[in-house]
Design a binder for this molecule. Sequence first.
Ligand SMILES: *Cc1c(COP(=O)(O)O)cnc(C)c1O
Length: 368
Amino acid sequence: MSHKISLSESTINIDMETSFSSIDGGFVNQFEQTLEEYYQQEKKIVALNSGTAAIHLALILSGVEEGDEVLCQSFTYVATVSPIIYQKAIPVFIDSENETWNMCPVQLELAIKDRIAKGRKPKAIIFVHSYGMPAKIDEIVAVSRKYKITLIEDAAEALGSEYKGKKCGTFGDFGILSFNNNKIVTTLGGGVLICKTEEEKQKAIFYATQARENVNYYQYKEIGFNYRMNSFAAFIGVSEFKKLADYLKGRLDINSFYKKHLRVFSNITLLKNPSIDFSSNHWLSCISIDEKSTKNTRDKLMDCFIQNNIECRFLWKPMHLQPVFKGYPYYGAEIAENLFNKGLCLPSGVNLSENDLERILSSIKKIL
Ligand SMILES: *Cc1c(COP(=O)(O)O)cnc(C)c1O
């Protein structure tokens, strides 16, 4: 067959061996195959330009439309929620539980019962494995099945995490991963949708490529998006994915360091697997600090880190407390809110040196 002649193709030539066609799907397909292999061919993968786009397409494939309600974990990054608003749907926020810090299955069921009683049965549930810690998956899946509500699993932070020996991202009707810069593996911006059937995959690709009809001219019956992963990102993904085991070991080693050295501080709780069913990738090592409300130890520790040029963050500010989401329903107590008031994410990048870790530890010793 002769070489494909394209209308207006641009290429980037990185080195003598590899060129990246802007329209040829070679590396994109390869990246998808890499992930389909990783999930033992049980799932279909769609490569996209962000995890946020993947959540948006999961909502579209779940049939979420204007005015529909979507139950959503409050303790998360904003990108879990924004796509609900893109669909002009209504987020209904759910509190966390204290063991995994993720969606509380009890509050989830209370919320569903109440929404149904109000004549507003939710269209979908989005739960999250925050900081890589698997949520109480069995309980959440059971609730979603009992009420026949589509379950979307935001595993953006949980590549490599497992629950009962099974990989996170595979438990929902749809799952998503992010390959943004700060995640376990990066494509310098990217994400994937994890779905069950080839039909769902093709539908997702259709919406990710402007909903262009399959004819020889530009014809459209629906509005789509420019969400497909580009081949340069996919190339990076294929190559970076080979290092997944190393990256996971790096995160685990950092968590082990904190575990070993923070044990002596009785008022510091390091987020840890609640039982052998849970296996976090320890994307971020996180602590919460218990104290009398007047002492402000957490804030002092944060200030000390900043003075010592150590980057660190508070835990998520819950979405139901965000000004932009004011007025949407919320079911729960103050578990997520307390985590925000008491907690810190410690530096957890795989390039931290022994020296860096000792510096972090000496700040903690100084304040506590
Ligand atoms: C990073 C992240 C996303 C979004 O991924 P992007 O690739 O940055 O769009 C969604 N949810 C959670 C929990 C995340 O951490």
